[in-house]
Design a protein around this ligand. Structure first.
Ligand SMILES: [Ca+2]
Length: 167
């Protein structure tokens, strides 16, 4: 009997801890933010699709953002207030063209100079496998704007989800 009670108490504690952990780690600041991009490829690919809370990585799902083949394409989310940001997760397109994300920079700050692309460099994407979500962690950077920016080439920038976290 005592063993069973102990087990129940431990199970209760464990689920409580999981719940607290969940609350601490899953507040995605980008969800509900306002997104814009350098251009929009078509009616399926609004900038806002990258912050719709859905990681569906198939272009036809209408849940990915997608620019035209711009020189220095960029995408930006406005978090509506300044946060101390410690990680950003990017979900890459899954049905095609995964290599297009290579070299993309994550920029964070409060300036809209050069469309926000001159803000602090938080991390650079080397590559992300098709349809996968990769999390970039870094020392806290304060900012209201989070940009994903591909410098020095003409490219299509496709983002199926961008999540932003503060510690
Ligand atoms: Ca999405």
């Amino acid at each position: 009997m005592a063993g069973q009670e102990l087990w129940q108490a431990m199970a209760g504690l464990e689920s409580w801890l999981a719940m607290v952990g969940l609350v601490e780690t899953t507040v995605n600041l980008a969800f509900g933010g306002t997104a814009v991009q350098s251009s929009t490829y078509d009616h399926l690919t609004a900038a806002q699709n990258a912050v719709d809370g859905n990681r569906n990585s198939d272009y036809t799902s209408g849940s990915c953002s997608h620019t035209k083949g711009d020189w220095n394409p960029w995408w930006r989310v406005d978090l509506l207030k300044t946060y101390s940001i410690t990680s950003v997760s990017i979900t890459n397109r899954g049905d095609c063209c995964a290599e297009r994300i290579n070299g993309a920079q994550i920029r964070i700050g409060n300036s809209l100079e050069n469309d926000g692309n001159d803000n602090n460099l938080a991390a650079t994407v080397v590559s992300i496998p098709p349809g996968e979500t990769q999390t970039f962690k870094f020392k806290p950077i304060k900012g209201r704007y989070v940009n994903i920016f591909i410098p020095f080439r003409s490219e299509y920038l496709t983002l199926c989800e961008v999540e932003v976290f503060s510690d």
